[in-house]
Ligand binder design. Structure first.
Ligand code: PEP
Length: 252
């Protein structure tokens, strides 16, 4: 399985020139990393820029940061999975805690978005995670199980292999504390346990579960090597080409 490294640029950078510069610097760096990578130890890198930059950036796998669940029509301000597919997008981040918080995205809406993405052959990156308050009152497991169960409702066994789950404890996102390796490992195991309950052993073993939350060049490798993450979702550090490349180099 390739290690998946996803850059979530969020609402950055502020103009096309900076977006192109960042993208090209990452692209150049990846080319040289790939030349030194042993066969079979491949890393898949996905860049998720704001919608407005998608069609400017070419030569690396692209992801979107959101999507709407209808195919087309009178939905002002929204972008469809069909349109993303046409823009050569392969992955879509869905259910990010910032979308849950600022756009009031519910599990029901997230579920519809996942289904629409799968219908258009896009791979959803489903973000789940507990807030600091939920963790404090001992509700982490309950929150994760509810999110997984509701977000994947009605998604059948053969579709699940196209889904990536990103465990992103909300309290670890941004310039905060990253989640410890032990805690990440136990959350990933718990996620696999829920998937086992909903599907089967093979799916629970094979579904890609990645970690996100204050990942940088120094801590990245531990999440892969010691916490059992199949990849990383990287916010802040993905806006600095050198730091992002350091992450890619460290996990290869
Ligand atoms: C994110 O927003 O998905 C994220 C992981 O951000 P950061 O790396 O900045 O914590």
């Amino acid at each position: 399985m390739k290690t998946l490294i996803v850059a979530n640029w969020k609402m950055n950078p502020v103009n096309q020139k900076e977006a192109k510069n960042l993208f090209e610097a990452v692209k150049r760096g990846i080319k040289s990393v790939k030349n030194t990578m042993p066969a079979g130890r491949q890393v898949e890198v996905v860049i998720c820029p704001p919608f407005v930059y998608l069609n400017l950036l070419k030569g690396l796998t692209l992801g979107a940061q959101n999507v709407f669940y209808k195919e087309k029509g009178a939905f002002t301000g929204e972008v469809s999975a069909l349109q993303l597919h046409d823009s050569k997008v392969k992955y879509v981040i869905i259910g990010h805690s910032e979308a849950r918080k600022y756009l009031n995205e519910t599990d029901d809406v997230i579920n519809k978005k996942i289904k629409e993405c799968l219908h258009e052959k896009l791979k959803p990156i489903l973000c789940i995670g507990e807030t600091a308050e939920e963790k404090k009152i001992g509700k982490k497991a309950e929150v994760l199980e509810k999110q997984i169960t509701e977000d994947l409702k009605g998604i059948v066994t053969k579709e699940i292999k196209n889904i990536v789950i990103a465990y992103e404890p909300v309290w670890a996102i941004g310039p905060g504390d990253n989640c410890s390796i032990d805690e990440t490992m136990s959350s990933i195991l718990f996620i696999r346990k829920v998937i086992f309950k909903l599907y089967n052993r093979a799916i629970s073993d094979n579904i890609r579960v990645i970690y996100g939350g204050s990942v940088d060049g120094d801590n990245a490798n531990s999440y892969i090597k010691n916490a059992g993450a199949n990849g990383l979702l990287v916010g802040g550090a993905s806006l600095h080409a050198e730091e992002f490349l350091k992450i890619i180099r460290s996990v290869k």
